[in-house]
Design a protein around this ligand. Sequence first.
Ligand code: SAM
Length: 236
Amino acid sequence: PPLFRQRYLAVQQILLNQNWKSQIKKVIDFGCSELNFFKYLKHLYDVNEIICVDINEDILNDNLFKVHPLTVDYLKRRPNQLKVNVLVGNVAQPDARLLGTDAVIAIELIEHLYPDTLEALPYNIFHYIKPLLAIFTTPNYEFNSLFPNTEVFRNRDHKFEWTREQFQSWALNITTRFPNYTVQFDGVGPGPEGSESVGYCTQVAVFLKHSDEDEQLSEVPRSCREIITMAILNAD
Ligand code: SAM
């Protein structure tokens, strides 16, 4: 399969890990873009709430049809009801509706962020939302040497692309600031034989929360704007 699909499948597999699968009920997909990962989330039957967030309202509106139920969804019903929300919002800004989330996903998002947003992101995710699981993917800069003509980065909108060391130090720094989290690294998309030393095309970080301190949050604002809420597919 093409790399983007390998990425979706890899993230889906992480969510399906037996260690936490049954605990993942509410999921946020930050930087959901064209709502393409939704299809993979929808097939996780333990999940009963999906919130898709992107800062680009036009992309969301153009792709909203992807969250509507399909005929096949009525024929093959889910065991539980699935509530879907699509919000225009910023990954770095807290929103009360995002609390109580079990898994946060950010596929190919961080490399699109300006420094101030990147700086604010961990606070929103690990201080406010505090999911059990947070999964980030981003390009591995070292792998670019295998592409014939990458100018500087793989995409014009990328603000940076990180080596494995840079990505890992970003992630490990988060676990130092938020010590109830640990992180593990993985990769998607191997290069041709003999190129193993550059690593995988996409790098993945999986943060796992180990304890719940019950520190009370002061009032959390609502920074996102709702485009659509829908409940799809009752059990019967
Ligand atoms: N996750 C998508 C997928 O797997 O199909 C691809 C993500 S796309 C490469 C990057 C997305 O991040 C864009 O849709 C962009 O609008 C969004 N984005 C950029 N800055 C953002 C921010 N501060 N908060 C939320 N989304 C943002």
